[in-house]
Design a protein around this ligand. Sequence first.
Ligand code: GLU
Length: 310
Amino acid sequence: MIKDISNLQAKLQALVLSQQGLHAQGQVADYIPALAEICPKKIGVSIATIDGNTIGAGDYKIPFSIQSISKIFGLVMAMNRIGDDLWQRVNMEPSGQPFNSIIQLEWEKGIPRNPVINAGALLIADVLTSRFSSSKLAFLSFMRTLANDETIYIDKHVYESELNHGNRNAALAYLMKSFGNIEAEIPELLSHYFTQCSVAMNCEQLANSLLFLANKGVDPKTKKVICSARDAHRINAILSTSGMYDQSGEFAFSVGLPAKSGVGGGVIAIVPNYGVICSWSPPLNKFGNSVIGTNLVSNIAQELGLSIYH
Ligand code: GLU
């Protein structure tokens, strides 16, 4: 494994160039109309290592909507707040269904398959809404602390757009409430969930903010414990089996890193004991994963020999 990434800059640039023109292979998410306004040609990538190096290429300093990648941070907050009780209310199995599927939730009596599909993330939003006096502020301040950057913001335009087109998420939340698995009022819970999805960050900020998952729960920059080593292990396990939607098996098969994507086109991959890769390109494949973002992570992992299964 290459430890010194300073000489990788040129390689990253070449990789980004090699992907230009491939954006037509995917489609920008339009079920949240604000996301469809983003230029499909943007491509960014960044690598941050636990020994304090960060490099990037392309549009790696342009903020984008983190969407489902926010599910990781919400999960950490909820695990820290209620501990193992969480696993009475949400499972840790792959779903084998689209990320916003309702049908499985009905069969399984309102217990989401895992915390990184929408039902699971809404359940987490319930925990945060019920246990923090101001969960949205707590979430934003957690992100700012992790990225060590007070400029991180909530994109109000994306938030409004999600709120106005959030019927499916509302349906998932109401269904879970009907099974007694939701405490908060649904509008409040949805407002939290759409807020966390609407956080805007760039590749560099995201890669840095997730270093604790590559470092047994400890932020390598500040030495602060963000979560226990056991919980870091658990989160990485969930990301390995479920983080890339219904393409998680193929991603594990071909790449072999815990990863999470979002419909804003971001992809993050955790390389334990090494660092984090974050890529961004808005057009998505049929599974909802960024076409180019997935290619970039996959190429970098291959080039550097990064896989948890070696
Ligand atoms: N806010 C999006 C939704 O709830 C997040 C989905 C995603 O990125 O997977 O539909």
